[in-house]
Design a protein around this ligand. Sequence first.
Ligand code: ADP
Ligand code: MG
Length: 255
Amino acid sequence: MSAGLVEVRGVHKAYGTLEVLDGIDLVVKPGEVTVILGPSGSGKSTLLRAINHLEKVDRGFIEVDGELIGYRTRSDGALQELKEKEILRQRTRIGFVFQNFNLFPHLTALENVVEAPVSAQGRPRAEVEAEARELLERVGLGDKIDAYPRQLSGGQQQRVAIARALAVKPSVVLFDEPTSALDPELVGEVLDVIRDLAATGTTLVVVTHEIGFAREVATTVVFMDGGRIVEQGSPAQVLDDPQQERTRAFLDKVL
Ligand code: ADP
Ligand code: MG
């Protein structure tokens, strides 16, 4: 049994000579909210993409819910790649919310939410639709189920994207700067939905520059720089009493 719902161990990833992930170890326990902070280019998106297997790692391994993502260690210690089919099955158990919503433009809000459980998980459409309606209610969009993305504000689109991520009944939901593309007045409604998920015990990993949100919601704050985790701990530890100069310099800039 693994201690974490998400376990990242010794993960390395390079693009050419650039070490984008330079030995990442991270454990996310069930029900925890991990907020990842760090300057642009520090590897945050690459880490999330590796957890979701959108990105192959060069070394190390990642487990979600006790299942290896991408690689398993053979008895001789070498890494063996998982088969594509197995990867796809594992990926359906992870929700991913992107900075730019990435909704299907030709599908309504309801159809966007219904898509993955039906086509990737093969679940019955009627049952999935009933759940999708509930999810859209939950994110405050019960009156928008038949709207197309272009008819929705950025904040509403991102809330559809969150409902869509939840529709696969994921064991963890990953957010990559979910409010960065939003007008300032729309940030709050999206953070409220994420806060609600946190309060109901959903395991979350959130890359964000919203320090106030991190302080309020995070179980653990992780500060990344140069492909490494420089410092991690409770919000009080990392945000109010950072031990590393690089963390302090970053917080001085964003606070
Ligand atoms: P962050 O999300 O923290 O801003 P990223 O994970 O997106 O950082 O990127 C980390 C570094 O990797 C950056 O220097 C970026 O330019 C580089 N990078 C990301 N994706 C690629 C890619 N597909 N090819 C080459 N370099 C990349
Ligand atoms: Mg990024």
